[in-house]
Design a binder for this molecule. Structure first.
Ligand code: KIV
Ligand code: ZN
Length: 513
């Protein structure tokens, strides 16, 4: 058995299924590039048959990423599989991941199929996929709640058809570490051709045990691939978190005896990028990537760490990419210095037009903020005026007035398509007045589910404010993110960004629907 643990990242597929986390093609490409820098072995880039947009995103990623295997998800039918094969084709190394539910509950209630029909469809799907791609992963969806005898028949059959990876999803986060580990171990012991495939774990976090279950699947079950997402992003309570599973295996190499190929110094930049792009804020006490993960507040701990670091630290902050907020650029920095910093950050903007737009935004920011950190640069790249996303609603300017004892008032100028409009409103506070002014013109009728403000760089009010707005309309949930030293402006940008997503979003098939 190999001593390498394959890291399969599904932030762009299972992570994106989290309500409101949907990303544009350009956002996905930017994250895929960061995942490549992180050196993940496999990037599950999306579900190409879900929509035209999903297909385009996977195809674009497959055309640009060279170092990681690019995987596309497909239900177990010829159309989905052919679409996935087409989308991942440009990648130097590609994989098709096909799945079908195998639990009695899912087969009867969701698929309305008999076990024999499911067995037949799984076998046919893998046979068809294997003719299109040499690297095939098969998942029995809701595998952990499936009958082990039936699972053995299905898995043996798909391995015989050429499946190279067998993934055992705990789709609803029901597993307990020890039981999940033994479940996989028993399957591997019972299935005669089990050693012809690599076994993989895929755990959801409904009971807060996704990382523990994944590690048990590795240690007890002998799995050699872990499916995970940055920040544990994913539907409901999320998926197994990449940073936690990677750092557990690395920090406790004495116990696991496994190597991971991840460049751990890229973990925090990846976490920041995913959180800034999706608007899913990382809780301060989150392991590895939370703002407090390496902060020692109590006097006894501080004293200990100063005397000998390992008294209270099992990992080094710099090993996971926590660098002191380095001042990188300022008002006098030129276009070349800016472009070089983008390159050092590994950001490849597609065209000179995009670089020019980003530089203009940078100059604008540098006029208002004396020190520009890497985090500020990453945030401004998320600005829709920089990316090639066509912004239907674009922010232009804002003035607002608030004084103790008076009702705040805002006046906002923005675009609707090619038209410039100016809207005014009073509100309970400056942010409320601003969003009410925008809504008075757009009349989206969207319901606001979340409004949150965070400082982009910690520790000072000089930081830019980063605002996330989550809107719901007609069953769709979207997140908009906006950053600016003025949090009222950041709020207006976030609101317009969410409206843009509502405006452009199309129909999409859900993977587990
Ligand atoms: O959780 C799950 O079952 C999945 C499959 C599609 C692999 O995400
Ligand atoms: Zn899943």
């Amino acid at each position: 058995m190999t001593d390498k643990l394959i890291i399969f990242d599904t932030t762009l597929r299972d992570g994106e299924q989290s309500p409101g986390a949907s990303m544009t093609r350009d956002e996905k490409l930017r994250i895929a590039r960061q995942l490549e820098r992180l050196k993940v072995d496999v990037i599950e880039a999306g579900f190409p048959a879900a929509s035209h947009g999903d297909f385009e995103a996977v195809h674009t990623i497959a055309s640009h990423i060279k170092d990681s295997v690019i995987c596309g998800l497909a239900r177990a039918n010829d159309r989905d599989i052919a679409r996935a094969a087409e989308a991942v084709a440009p990648a130097p190394r590609s994989r098709i991941h096909t799945f079908i539910a195998t639990s009695a509950l899912h087969m009867e209630k969701k698929l309305r199929m008999t076990p024999e029909q499911v067995l037949e469809q799984a076998t046919q799907a893998v046979r068809f996929a294997r003719n299109l791609c040499g690297d095939i992963e098969f998942s029995p969806e809701d595998g952990y709640r499936s009958d082990p005898d039936f699972l053995c028949r299905v898995i043996e059959a798909v391995i015989a058809e050429g499946a190279t990876t067998i993934n055992l999803p705990d789709t609803v986060g029901y597993a307990i570490p020890e039981l999940y580990g033994h479940f996989i171990r028993q399957l591997r012991e019972r299935i005669p051709n089990a050693d012809k495939a690599i076994w993989s774990v895929h755990c959801h976090n409904d009971l807060g045990m996704a990382v523990a279950n994944s590690l048990a699947g590795v240690k007890i079950g002998g799995a050699r691939q872990v499916e995970c997402t940055i920040n544990g992003l994913g539907e409901r309570a999320g998926n197994c978190s990449l940073e936690e599973v990677v750092m557990a295996v690395r920090t406790r190499r004495d116990y696991f005896g496994l190597d991971v190929g991840i460049d751990t110094t890229q973990i925090v930049p990846a976490s920041r990028m995913v959180s800034q792009t999706t608007g899913f804020v990382v809780q301060p006490n989150k392991a590895v990537v939370g703002a407090n993960a390496f902060a020692h507040a109590s006097g006894i701990h501080q004293d200990g760490v100063l005397k000998a670091r390992d008294t209270y630290e099992i990992m080094r902050a710099e090993d996971v990419g926590w660098a002191a907020n380095k001042i990188v650029l300022g008002k006098l920095s030129g276009r070349n210095a800016f472009k070089q910093r983008l390159q050092e950050l590994g950001v490849a903007l597609e065209s000179e037009t995009e670089i020019n737009a980003a530089f203009a935004r940078f100059k604008d920011l540098a006029d208002r903020k004396s020190e520009i950190f890497d985090e500020d640069i990453i945030a401004l790249l998320g600005d829709e005026s920089v990316t090639s996303i066509h912004e239907h609603h674009g922010f232009l300017s804002l003035s607002q007035r608030s004084e103790t004892g008076e009702r705040p008032h805002a006046r906002v100028a923005f675009t609707i398509g090619d038209r410039e409009v100016v809207a005014e409103s009073h509100g309970n506070g400056p942010v409320d007045a601003t969003l009410k002014a925008i809504e008075s013109q757009i009349e989206s009728g969207a319901e606001m589910l979340l409004y949150s403000v965070n400082a982009i760089t910690s520790g000072s009010t000089e930081s830019q404010g980063e605002v996330t707005v989550r809107l719901q309309l007609g069953g769709r949930v979207v997140n908009g993110v906006g950053a600016d030293p003025d949090i009222v402006v950041a709020s207006a940008k976030a609101y317009l960004s969410a409206l843009n997503k509502l405006h452009t979003g199309g129909d999409r098939v859900a993977a587990q629907g």
